[in-house]
Structures are given as structure tokens and as C-alpha cells.
Ligand binder design. Structure first.
Ligand code: J2J
Length: 538
């Protein structure tokens, strides 16, 4: 936990405190303050629960006592794999209250990813739901305990079987365990472009600043109602402004079990939802469904769209079709978040991805040689600021690549700066597939393909998709004599215990990779060459 690269140099920390960004409040303290301020108001709603701020805090205090009684100590990491339910909040605030550090994994993650992230984070416990979306997490918990000996208690929300039932916790912690507000509050997963996912350490001070400022920029007040449509463990629905931004404003959080238009439209009508965040493909789906819905969605005020590029033509349809203001958001779990502002002119809202949250967000746009590009020209985006990490969790090699010596994060995005500091995302320099906002590392999927004995080599590329934005295509050279089929290979990859969204959408068998280039070329150049050769005409 003490990787010095995670820590801001003191001169920066001092400035961020002096500017009032970092206020020295931990998540545990925040919960107590919100319960005192908004006590009887509704904090969170799902299909089965409706809790006030006072109730949420009480449940977190009970959970905290329960976690502490399991022998977990302040600073210990706990893997949390929870769907969008009210208990997402009682679990994580219970952990914060007990001084524990959640490691957020997505409900879609499977054994391979969960084992890796648990081992990588040095986690000591696992919290999951019994089942969700047709998947049973208890066998996964068994596999995790067998493979990662450091994992002790497993706490299950729902039917616990041999594990510890979350609902069985008794006792009550009277006050939050004191933590340094500058310490790591939780670990989140990066959408990284190389190998397995990396862990992003966020501190109490930096993260609370990011969503407090976001709530303000997004017009979230105590009268707002925020719908969590995307998986709650993602940084976007958590903090941009997300359920955290909603809570700090005293608003109501509504947990949607899935982002389908009819599910969400019913919740919007029922709870008078004012704010929601969506990735572009979902925004398109909602716009398609809205004219025919029987539900009244007129309470919607702000639709945040981000995670992938939202095309200006689609952006222009949001207000006419959904009757609310579009607010584009270009963010990343590593930190920097940009928003168009609610009162910006229409062309800024539809054609840009916004400008940074903070006056102290530093943005550099550099060419491949590291020199600033002329104003308005596209270049590589680097950033540093009061809520952008200085390094991944225990990744010295990746940190040397992803951060400059003076602490700028190399985002991998190619952007153009417009007057007023607005950014337009033009593309990216790193090799991942942005599939409906889920970032998939080409290298990670290639490794799964290569594990099949019938595969000689594999290269995974992003191909444009009208609906998803991008989808994945794997070029595969069969091993000599192997008569592998696309179906077999897909089911093999699926069987590797990974999130379904990582299984290649398309597999193309090719006889060889390089016909023209001589000598060694980078994987990146190879992927580009394959795309050019097989996908450009057609
Ligand atoms: C183009 N690309 C975008 C956008 C993110 C708010 C919103 C999104 C995320 C997120 C987030 C984009 N247009 N509007 O954490 O708080 C791509 C970029 C970026 C990467 C980060 C938030 N918004 N992107 O998507 O960590 O390539 O965070 O670097 O999942 O998504 O992905 P992630």
C-alpha cells in the first residue's frame, strides 16, 4: 500500500488542501455527516428496499461491526462483487466505516479475473451476492478460497450456504474507524490496454473531491433523483456524478437491475428520476424506445453520456427525443473527468466531450515526440491533478510506461483542445477495444486464445460496430494440423472463466500474419496491418 508513486508530492498535496479540494474527510465521516444532515430523506431505493439516510448509516454501522468481528483489520482489502442493489451501499459503506478497503470487481467478472484481482490486491475477504443475472457466485467463492489462501471470510448477500450471511450481522459500530483521509479508500479496476487489469488506488480526499465537484457541475441537489443504470462498480455511475455524487448532495439513489429502456423508464416514472448516466449504445437504445414507451419520463433533466465517443448526430437528438439536457462526460477511472456544462451552447454540448472538473487539472496535448501540438491539433493527452492517480497499485513496470517522471498520466487518448479548454476525443493511441464502454485489452484476450493448443498465434483488434461503437475481432493462425472451428474456439475462451464481453465477437482464421513486413514488428503494428489487410475492403 505504500508505493510512493501513489502519493502526491507534498507541494501538490498542500496546494490541493489550500484550494479546498481536499477537505480531510473520510468516507466514514462523510456517511455520519450525511445521516445527520439528511436523516429522514430517502437515500437509496431498489426493488426490495427504500432506506433513508439514517437507515443506510445504521445498516453500515451494523455491517462495519460485522466485518470487524470477522477479524478483518483496518487497511485490509476486501473484494466486493455486487450487482446494483441497495446492499451495494450498505456493504461498501460498512467496509469504509470499519476502515476496510473495497476492491471493486464487476458482476460480469468471472473466476479468472476475480482470482487475479483478489491475489493482486492481497485481499483478505470476499463479499458477493448469492446470484445475479443467472449466475451463482457461491461456486466462484469456493474456487476463490481454494486458489487464494489469503482469502478468509466470504460474506454473501442473500442465501449464504456455508458462507457468512450479510443479513446475519449483529452489533453496531458507534463511530467510524479513523483513517488518514490521504490514504487509499478503495481499489478500482483499470480498463487497461496491456495484459490483466490493473488496480487503481483512490484516496478519500481525492475521490470525494471528484464527486462533490461533479454533483455541482451536473446540477445535482437534495431534490435530485439519480438512476444507477450502469454497473455500480464502474467509476462513471459511481462518481460522474454517480451515486456518490447523489449521496453527497442529499439526493435519492435508485438502483436499476439492468439498463434496458423498459426497466429504467418504469423506474424513472415511479421515482421521478432527474439524472442518469449512460454509455452511447444505451443512449441510442433509449432514444429508440422513448417515443413508444407508456411510461412518463418527463422528470429527466440531465442525461450524462460517456465511456466512449458519442457522435454529434446522435448527441443532437437527445433533447428533442428525451426532453432533457445532454451532458457529455469524458472520464477515466484513473482520474480526470471532463463535462460539458449544463448552460453551454448547443454546439459545445453536441460536439465536444467537455472540459475538466478542476481549475487544477493540468492537461497536456503532445505529439509522439513529446512536444506540445499547435492549439487545435490532435495529440496525446497527458494529465495530472487533484484527483488523478500518480501510479497504479504495485505496478512498477506499468507505472514507468503510464506515468511521466513528473507525474503526468499518459491517458492513451488522442484529443484536440478547442477554445475554452473543451476537449474533443479523436481516437486513441493504445490498443484496447472499447466495446460499448467496456474496455477490453487486446493482449489479455490474445493470451486466452493462445492457451488453446490448436492456436499458433492470435491478434485481437477493434472493428467498428454500428451499435456497440466497437467490437472485437480475433485473427487466428491455427497450429499445424489443427482443425479448430470458430465455435470451438469461442467456447474455449468462454470456458477460461472471463467476463462474457471479452469473448471475441468475431474470429477470422488466417494462414499467416505478415506478408510484407520483414523482421520483427510490434504487436500494435501487427494488429494494424492485419486490420488493413483483411478488413479495409468490405
Ligand atoms: C470518448 N472516449 C471516452 C467519451 C471515456 C466518466 C465517464 C466515463 C468513464 C470511463 C469514467 C469518453 N468519449 N466521452 O471513468 O468517471 C474512454 C477514453 C478513456 C477511457 C476510460 C467516468 N469517456 N472514454 O469510461 O476507466 O478512452 O472510464 O481514457 O472505463 O474511456 O475508461 P474508464
Amino acid at each position: 500500500m505504500n508505493d510512493p508513486q501513489q502519493i502526491w508530492p507534498e507541494e501538490f498535496a498542500a496546494r490541493y488542501r489550500a484550494e479546498g479540494y481536499w477537505r480531510g474527510e473520510t468516507f466514514g465521516m462523510m456517511l455520519d455527516r450525511l445521516a445527520a444532515e439528511f436523516g429522514g430523506r430517502v437515500a437509496v431505493v431498489d426493488a426490495a428496499h427504500r432506506w433513508s439516510y439514517a437507515e443506510l448509516a445504521e445498516r453500515a454501522r451494523v455491517a462495519a461491526a460485522g466485518f470487524a468481528a470477522l477479524g478483518l483489520n483496518p487497511g485490509d482489502r476486501v473484494v466486493v462483487q455486487m450487482p446494483n442493489r441497495a446492499e451495494f451501499l450498505s456493504v461498501v459503506f460498512g467496509l469504509f466505516y470499519a476502515g476496510l478497503v473495497p476492491v471493486y470487481v464487476l458482476p460480469a467478472h468471472r473466476e479468472t479475473e476475480v482470482l487475479h484481482l483478489a491475489a493482486k490486491s492481497g485481499a483478505r475477504a470476499y463479499v458477493c451476492a448469492d446470484r445475479h443475472d443467472g449466475f451463482d457466485y457461491r461456486p466462484l467463492a469456493r474456487a476463490l478460497k481454494a486458489a487464494v489462501p489469503a482469502i478468509g471470510p466470504v460474506v454473501v448477500v442473500g442465501e449464504a450456504e456455508e458462507f457468512i450471511p450479510f443479513d446475519g450481522f449483529t452489533g453496531r459500530m458507534a463511530a467510524p474507524v479513523p483513517r488518514d483521509p490521504g490514504s487509499v479508500a478503495f481499489l478500482q479496476i483499470s480498463g487497461g490496454s496491456t495484459g490483466l487489469p490493473k488496480l487503481i488506488p483512490r484516496t478519500h480526499d481525492d475521490y470525494i473531491y471528484s464527486f462533490r465537484a461533479s454533483a455541482d457541475i451536473c446540477g445535482v441537489t437534495a431534490d435530485s433523483v439519480y438512476l444507477v443504470a450502469l454497473p455500480a462498480a464502474h467509476n462513471f455511475p459511481m462518481s460522474s456524478p454517480g451515486f456518490m455524487g447523489a449521496l453527497i448532495a442529499g439526493a435519492r439513489v435508485v438502483m436499476a437491475p439492468n439498463p434496458a429502456p423498459e426497466t429504467c423508464f418504469a423506474l424513472i416514472a415511479q421515482e421521478k428520476v432527474t439524472h442518469v448516466g449512460l454509455v452511447p449504445p444505451l443512449a441510442l437504445l433509449w432514444m429508440q424506445a422513448a417515443p413508444r414507451t407508456k411510461h412518463d419520463i418527463s422528470s429527466l433533466q440531465v442525461l450524462n453520456v460517456g465511456g466512449a465517443k458519442f457522435m454529434p448526430e446522435s448527441a443532437a437528438r437527445v433533447r428533442p427525443v428525451l426532453g432533457c439536457t445532454l451532458q457529455q462526460v469524458f472520464g477515466m477511472a484513473e482520474g480526470l473527468v471532463n463535462y460539458t456544462r449544463l448552460d453551454d451552447p448547443e454546439d459545445i454540448i453536441t460536439q465536444t466531450q467537455g472540459r475538466p472538473i478542476s481549475p487544477d487539472d493540468e492537461v497536456l496535448i503532445l505529439d509522439d515526440a513529446g512536444q506540445p501540438v499547435p492549439e487545435g491539433e490532435p495529440g496525446n493527452l497527458f494529465t495530472r491533478g487533484p484527483y488523478t492517480i500518480r501510479g497504479y497499485y504495485e505496478e512498477p513496470a506499468a507505472n514507468a510506461r503510464s506515468f511521466t517522471p513528473d507525474g503526468f498520466y499518459r491517458t492513451g487518448d488522442v484529443v484536440r483542445r478547442l477554445p475554452g479548454g473543451y476537449l474533443e476525443v479523436r481516437g486513441r493511441a493504445t490498443d484496447h477495444i472499447n466495446r460499448a464502454g467496456e474496455k477490453i485489452s487486446a493482449e489479455e484476450v490474445e493470451d486466452h486464445l493462445l492457451a488453446h493448443p490448436g492456436v499458433f498465434d492470435a491478434a485481437v483488434v477493434a472493428v467498428p460496430d454500428r451499435f456497440l461503437g466497437e467490437k472485437s475481432c480475433a485473427f487466428v493462425i491455427r497450429a499445424e494440423g489443427a482443425d479448430l472451428t470458430v465455435r470451438e474456439l469461442k467456447s474455449f475462451v468462454r470456458g477460461r472463466g472471463i467476463a462474457e464481453f471479452k469473448v471475441p465477437d468475431q474470429i477470422v482464421f488466417v494462414p499467416e500474419f505478415q506478408t510484407t513486413a520483414v523482421g520483427k514488428i510490434s504487436r500494435k503494428a501487427l494488429r494494424a496491418a492485419l486490420k488493413e489487410k483483411y478488413l479495409s475492403e468490405g
